[in-house]
Design a protein around this ligand. Structure first.
Ligand code: GAR
Length: 200
């Protein structure tokens, strides 16, 4: 059985969907939920789900990113995780950390990559006049939001959509896509998964 550490910074709704999926014949189990923010709402949700939690606050490290990341690595390895899932983890990671987990780390991003790497993805899709939008799960490489895409879910943009209405429709797709990709990835299968709202 593979063990999965899930890294969060906020509410952790994707973390909850991942943890809930890892049951029964699933090839993996959660070993740790780790937040860089002591007040992340997801920490309580993880504890309620019976998952070990940890906090590695980035603030005391200031500009010492590798010091912060060494502490992250120590906490993740203490949980004996062999896979890492970033789930709303809002710290940019250096090549040192990324290299440590090369081929063993996934991220979910709220856009149809390669479009809209970085922040404010819903607003940027609207500003561009796109007719569709969605989310992507990708393997993490040193290029921000740039690693191989392992799954995407897409939906139509509707007239009258705002960044908030789009976010509210994309998030449930994230909750379906990420567990589907993790389940496959944990068996070593990297065939991309493509979901549309028609699959709902
Ligand atoms: C999700 O929409 C996720 O895709 C996004 O943050 C949200 C976290 O929500 N991630 C990024 O923007 C990464 N750059 P959650 O804490 O409820 O899972």
């Amino acid at each position: 059985t593979r063990k999965v550490a899930i890294l969060i910074s906020g509410g952790g709704s994707n973390m909850v969907s991942l943890v809930r999926s890892m049951t029964g014949d699933h090839p993996a189990r959660p070993s740790l939920v780790l937040s860089n923010r002591p007040d992340a709402g997801g920490l309580l949700k993880a504890a309620d789900l019976g998952v070990t939690t940890a906090v590695v606050d980035h603030k005391p490290y200031g500009s010492n990113r590798e010091g912060f990341e060494a502490e992250l690595i120590a906490a993740i390895e203490a949980s004996e995780a062999d896979l890492v899932c970033l789930a709303g983890f809002m710290r940019v990671l250096t090549p040192y950390f990324v290299g440590h987990w090369a081929g063993r780390m996934l991220n979910i991003h709220p856009s149809l990559l390669p479009k809209y790497k970085g922040l404010h993805t819903h607003a940027r899709a609207l500003e561009a006049g796109d007719t569709e939008h969605g989310c992507s799960v990708h393997e993490v490489t040193a290029e921000l939001d740039g690693g191989p895409i392992l799954g995407q879910a897409r939906l139509p943009i509707l007239s009258g959509d705002t960044p908030d209405t789009l976010a509210a429709r994309v998030l449930p797709l994230e909750h379906r896509l990420y567990p589907a990709v993790l389940r496959r990835y944990a068996t070593g299968d990297r065939t991309p998964i493509l979901l549309t709202t028609a699959d709902a």
